[in-house]
Write a protein that binds this ligand. Sequence first.
Ligand code: FHN
Length: 447
Amino acid sequence: MRRVMVGLLVLAAVLLGLPGPTRARERMAADPGAVRWFRDARFGMFLHWGVYSLHGRGEWVMNNEGIPISEYEKLPGRFNPTGFQAREWVSMAKQAGMRYITITSKHHDGFAMYDSRLTKYDIVDATPFRRDVLKELADECRRQGLKLFFYYSQLDWHHPDFFPRGGTGRRAGRPDQGEWARYKQFYFGQVRELCTRYGKIGGLWFDGWWDRPNADWGHDELYAMIHRLQPQALVGNNHHHAPFPGEDFQMFEQDLPGENSAGFNRAGVSDLPLETCRTMNNSWGYNAGDTRHRPAPDLIRYLIQAAGRDANLLLNTGPLPDGRIQPEHRERYLAMGSWLQERGEAIYGTRGGPFRPSRWGVSTRRDRTIFLHILNWPAGGRLRLTGLRAGIREALPLRSVTPIPVTQTEDDVELALPDSLRDPVDAIVRLELEQSAEALPWIAGTR
Ligand code: FHN
């Protein structure tokens, strides 16, 4: 009888997706095929969209301006983004050459951008819009062949049980009490909704752990639940540390892997697939006052720099409160798409290296080809590389059959780059090897 009871309890936990030690030993990684797909994809669109967009001062406005919940809760009543069309967003991502979209299902403000059954604080129950934008996007992504990832903030400035409080969200006007176990149940429940109501998803992109690094987040159970419900979904967490067990990719914020200009990326680079997320201006959520958008060539070079470090680029936009994409961002996405249409073969499906990123540029590789992305033209057009332990059959510009003179000695390779190859964005050379380039180790490449 006792065995039956335990069995029933375990079954109930499985069905409800509740945290529990028995679940933790389950699947702890996404399907290898999906991981390979992610590595090949190289370029995705990040969307920070929520009721905060109405203020046009970024997604942190509630915390930064000390807006209490009682005031902030008035925003949903005004959120009616009738200009939102999933088809337009997804077509734009496709034209930009992106292979996936990652959208905020709930940001730190706690407002769900989908029809959550666990709260009325969501886009369907609390806004005049009453449409589940995640559902519309999921359907459209499926139609157009893109994968959809959900960003989910573990940090919550609205939920009363997010207690003890962390480093932020302290001016929301919540009483100093709450039951962490209840919050945990709630957030597991929301993640479960995201894993069960939108068909096959690309993955979960967590954020906000850093607000309460010592809290019991139940990651083992959480990740096992996701991997069980969505075996092909990748799990990533923007905790800014080396990946935790059960995570399928490592992410970097506003920096290329191995760099730390933003101060977030003190962790080293792991063996997992890598992704770097980046804003076009300096804001994630729509910010009307932030008009310094990076020029398209810089963004393209960033994508190349990421690929040369074996990382995907997740390039952000904060849609307008009416559901349209800022024209400045649209323009840049499309410019990137045209560039990729011509030169995508040197980006998609490649792996970074074998030459380590250097002053002259970066390299990517696939099969027997190394693509040299020359980002800074070498003096006199002579590019010298060292340490390549593989014979070169020939060197060619990406889109031409006219060979580039190359001399190879035991340790050195020297290319005499024709002036016609010069390109202010990226001059690409194909080195065709006598063997596979994929098995080669990373090479310093320069003395
Ligand atoms: O606080 C968030 C921020 O609003 C944004 O979502 C970025 C995206 O990487 N992550 C957090 C900070 O690490």
